[in-house]
Design a protein around this ligand. Sequence first.
Ligand SMILES: [Fe+2]
Ligand SMILES: [Fe+2]
Length: 170
Amino acid sequence: MLKKNLEDICNRQVEREGYSSSLYLSMASWAEVNGYSGVAEWLYVQSDEERMHMLKFIRYINERDSKALVPAFEKPETDFSTVEALFQQVLKHEQFVTASINEIVALALEEKDFNTYNFLQWFVNEQIEEESSASIILDKLRLAGNDNLYQFDRDIMSLRTSAPATPATT
Ligand SMILES: [Fe+2]
Ligand SMILES: [Fe+2]
């Protein structure tokens, strides 16, 4: 069984990954309504990935004979000023999630729970990618996108580096 403090912090991450999924879904909807169909597509895929991250935590917690709890998620914002502001928010959110994952890694080491430590390595790597893809998008926007959002919107899906489908469990 997971120690109670690890069970709690993993359940906190269930909530954070689920909230990420809702946030990106809300952003996708905003982008779609405002005519940015490429940005919307990118965010819909991102939202699915976050749901998959949540599932990974749920299944890991249960696999360790503990109990995953599915919480209510805070209502995400529904309006975003510009595409660039939206992606700045994505980057900031991913940095927050990275810090959150790192806290769990630190606790797993402190408690000498090497299974959990191992499980978390996938997320450690994933967060490098998540932050880097948000940064790359912001770079592209600064380079040419703000003057040519049509082209940026058309090409954004080609900036995806990771394979979209990853299995729900490790
Ligand atoms: Fe995530
Ligand atoms: Fe993420």
